[in-house]
Design a protein around this ligand. Structure first.
Ligand code: SAM
Ligand code: SF4
Length: 456
């Protein structure tokens, strides 16, 4: 059993550079040296959408520098590991990859290794660099230094991440804020990503206009606490309303319950272009634990927000994050989490076993919960979520849905799409990512809906 039910949704970055782009072969660009004349690079991404987005930016740099992107370490001259630090086993996983890369280096294959992202920004980076002879370590604040490493001109650091990382793709992430001003007891993010910096509204809108012009049909606004976004007297709801007028399809993640305004929840129901799916991490259903975690809200406030969402967006889907086994969590606290899970009837949840992160308050707290107890609590929350989700998904059977194709069909001929209500759907179609198909839902499981043949 893994220690989460799904992958982690978000981690964020701070300063981002303006890139001075240079065409392959231009003066200053890296001289090709690979076996077939061109240098090759492989980027491996761990963790959340923010890291995926950062990898897109680094991809632009390596392509501009004349590298060809490859998918396996064996074929790569340069390997970039863009890492996540949110849980302990994240470091263990990266160690495994570093060991394998050193083996390939000894065989004369991989020539350079770069470690970037949240582990790069952590205290452990120095030890890893020494142990594995890593050539370049970058944190989340200075990813732009990769440019110089791959032979591009140095980039200027600014706080406006205006790199068009994903133009021309059917869907794109757009960072609206970076960092986090909270200090949750268990969380390493504020120390590796820094304090909150919000992008000006006009910059965000201009980037999205460019993306839409280049063919992007689905924009996801990203940040650790997107709903904390504010700039020049404007708040997140104002930004979301503007973006929803510009982009054909919009979603946002992650939100914090303390920042979520009722008018934002109503806007989700009002605007046709916003996907009716809310990800609002609760972490615990116990007020005592929420206080220990420094979450800044009580369970009752969270429940009220959910009531507003369910009323404003009756067909919407709701997901959350829950941590089980935080130090000091009693059986009674756990019961309260189970009760909240039941009351809120989540459509899905990311359930995490507490993982002590060096440098966080919770790592120093007494009251560790025994691993066997954590495992039981994990399974109990998982079961509660799945039961609710299954019952809610059953209600969709028979409905006719416009499905946005996210991933094209695999060998079994089924593509993965998303309804406007935010449900994941398997549908038999040859349609490409970014296209819509109309199909009736035939059946449902706890995690996904299954549609019949699309209706022409
Ligand atoms: N900013 C978001 C929020 O506060 O809701 C979440 C960001 S965090 C990268 C994603 C999730 O990872 C958190 O919501 C939390 O459930 C989980 N998480 C973070 N640190 C953790 C830890 N030390 N142990 C277990 N889970 C953790
Ligand atoms: Fe971490 Fe809390 Fe900030 Fe989320 S709000 S990134 S959990 S410190």
């Amino acid at each position: 059993m893994s220690d989460t039910t799904e992958t982690s949704p978000a981690a964020t970055r701070t300063a981002t550079p303006v890139m001075i782009s240079r065409k392959p072969g231009a003066p200053g660009a890296r001289v090709p040296s690979g076996s077939e004349g061109t240098s090759t690079a492989c980027i491996r991404t761990f963790g959340c959408q923010m890291n995926v987005h950062d990898s897109d930016r680094m991809r632009r740099m390596i392509l501009d520098a004349g590298y060809a992107e490859v998918q396996s370490y064996e074929e790569a001259d340069l390997v970039i590991l863009n890492t996540c630090y949110v849980r302990e086993n994240a470091v263990d996983r990266v160690r495994g990859h570093l060991g394998e890369l050193n083996r390939l280096r000894r065989l004369g294959r991989v020539k350079k290794v770069a470690l970037t992202g949240c582990i790069g920004a952590s205290d452990e980076a120095t030890t890893l660099q020494r142990q594995y002879g890593i050539d370049l370590v970058l944190g989340t604040h200075n990813t732009y230094e990769l440019a110089e490493f791959v032979g591009l001109p140095t980039m200027r650091e600014t706080y406006t991440p205006d790199l068009p990382g994903t133009q021309g793709e059917h869907s794109a992430f757009v960072t609206i804020m970076t960092g986090c001003n909270y200090q949750c007891s268990y969380c390493i993010v504020p120390s590796v990503r820094g304090r909150m910096v919000c992008r000006p509204l006009e910059n965000v809108v201009a980037e999205i206009e460019g993306l839409v012009e280049s063919g992007t049909g689905y924009v996801t606004l990203l940040g650790q606490t997107v709903d904390a976004w504010r700039h020049d007297g404007k708040r997140f709801c104002d930004l979301l309303a503007r973006v929803a007028d510009v982009a054909p399809r919009v979603w946002f993640t992650t939100s914090h319950p303390s920042n979520m305004e009722d008018r934002t929840l109503r806007l989700i129901g009002e605007k046709d272009t916003i996907v009716k799916r809310l990800h609002l991490p609760v972490q615990s259903g116990s007020d005592r634990m929420l206080k220990v975690m420094h979450r800044g809200y009580k369970a009752e406030r969270y429940r009220r927000k959910i009531e507003v969402f369910r009323e404003a967006v009756p067909d919407g889907t709701l997901s959350t994050d829950v941590i089980v086994g935080h130090p000091g969590e009693t059986e009674e606290d756990h019961e309260q989490t189970l009760k909240l899970v039941e009351d809120c009837a989540f459509d899905s949840a990311y359930i995490f076993k507490f993982s002590p992160r060096k440098g966080t308050e919770a790592a120093e707290l007494g009251g560790a919960v025994a691993p066997g107890v954590v495992q039981r609590r994990f399974l109990e929350v998982l079961r509660a979520v799945e039961q609710n989700a299954f019952a809610r998904n059953q209600r969709k059977v028979g409905s006719l849905e416009d499905v946005y194709i996210r991933h094209g069909s695999t060998e079994d001929g089924k593509a993965i799409g998303e309804t406007w209500s935010g449900h994941a759907v398997h549908v038999r179609t040859e349609s490409e990512p970014g296209e819509y198909v109309r199909a009736r839902i035939d059946s449902a499981g706890p995690h996904v809906l299954y549609a019949g043949e699309p209706i022409a």
